[in-house]
Design a protein. Structure first.
Length: 336
């Protein structure tokens, strides 16, 4: 039986409570995205938000009515002629609504929005990592410090994003080759996730490029294992030893099921529309806040292990014995 030795990195929660500025970065990221969307909406869409909402609501109502009529026809033993649904007034209205939405989109501005939003995400990730490094090093920095460091490292962060995009596209192309491609892509994807675990941390800590970040991430894993075990770790058999925020993941799972349930209600019934939309928005907000805590704690874990392995420092609140469990080798045993 496969035994693991993963432990709860509760120190990440303790450090986060001592410096809640780390939560601000992922929260501000979504705020900036919403502000950007509000500013660019007139450029992206010809329809106002209220007109878009009414059009989508009408499309949903017509789709529900068409589905109900088809169900009634099947129960009555009258499946209808092929193409008959396309001639119904409801289907014509659905086509009109869909065409109205598509015709209102300016795809050039939409791509510009996606690009700017992506840039905001890259800067936010770098800012969170930079701030986490300063906290672990015992430095007291303002909220602007993280953003300043992210802007300073922006060329390296952008090159790293391009590298991950290329690798992601290659993995997707492999996955299309049926079973063999899925297996190979899975193995490569697992190795990539291990090797790149400290890449963003390395970029923010040293300013290295994407290739240097790969090497430093691998070296950090090896150095951490060497400090803990006194020998060179075989990266093929090492696994991440920490987990964090179990309660937050459970909350995320519950909220995700809630979202699916509300979506089903929205498209299955015309009743209580405004109530379910309000609840839907509330769940999204809570889900994102929950995710912000998880992101902040993982940034703390990576920064802590990196500083311990490469700079031989630890916050006073973190016991060095905990760091020895950052990675582990899976062990097989006949005992349950």
């Amino acid at each position: 039986m496969l035994k693991t030795r993963r432990v709860n990195a509760s120190f990440a929660w303790d450090i986060l409570q001592s410096d809640l500025k780390l939560i601000a970065y992922p929260l501000l990221r979504i705020v900036m995205m919403l502000v950007l969307l509000a500013l660019m909406w007139p450029l992206i869409f010809d329809l106002s938000t209220s007109q878009m909402y009414d059009t989508v609501s009408d499309f949903r109502a017509q789709a529900s009515q068409v589905a109900a009529e088809e169900d009634a026809s099947r129960q009555a033993g009258q499946p209808g002629q092929p193409g008959q649904p396309g001639q119904s007034p409801q289907s014509k209205q659905m086509t009109s609504d869909a065409r109205r939405i598509i015709d209102s989109i300016h795809f050039g501005w939409l791509l510009a929005f996606i690009g700017i939003n992506l840039l905001i995400g890259i800067v936010s990730t770098g800012a969170l990592t930079g701030q986490a490094l300063s906290v672990i090093r015992g430095e007291r920095r303002s909220l602007g410090y993280g953003y300043g460091m992210a802007i300073l490292r922006l060329p390296q962060l952008l090159m790293w994003w391009l590298l991950t995009l290329v690798v992601g596209l290659l993995l997707q192309s492999l996955e299309r080759h049926r079973v063999v491609g899925l297996v190979i892509a899975g193995i490569i994807g697992l190795a990539w996730s291990v090797l790149t675990f400290f890449s963003i941390t390395s970029i923010m800590a040293t300013g290295c490029g994407p290739i240097g970040a790969l090497k430093k991430s691998r070296n950090t894993i090896r150095d951490a294992w060497r400090k803990a075990r006194g020998d060179d770790g075989d990266l093929k058999h090492l696994r991440r030893g920490f987990y964090v925020g179990g309660a937050f993941y459970i909350i995320s799972l519950i909220l995700a099921f809630g979202l699916f349930g509300l979506l089903w209600l929205e498209f299955d019934s015309n009743q209580h529309h405004h109530i379910s939309i309000g609840v839907f928005a509330t769940i999204l907000v809570v889900l994102y806040i929950n995710g912000a805590f998880i992101s902040a704690m993982w940034a703390i874990i990576k920064a802590t292990v990196y500083v311990w392995a490469e700079e031989d420092r630890l916050p006073e609140s973190v016991d060095e014995s905990v760091m020895e469990k950052a990675f582990y080798r899976p062990r097989f045993s006949l005992k349950s």
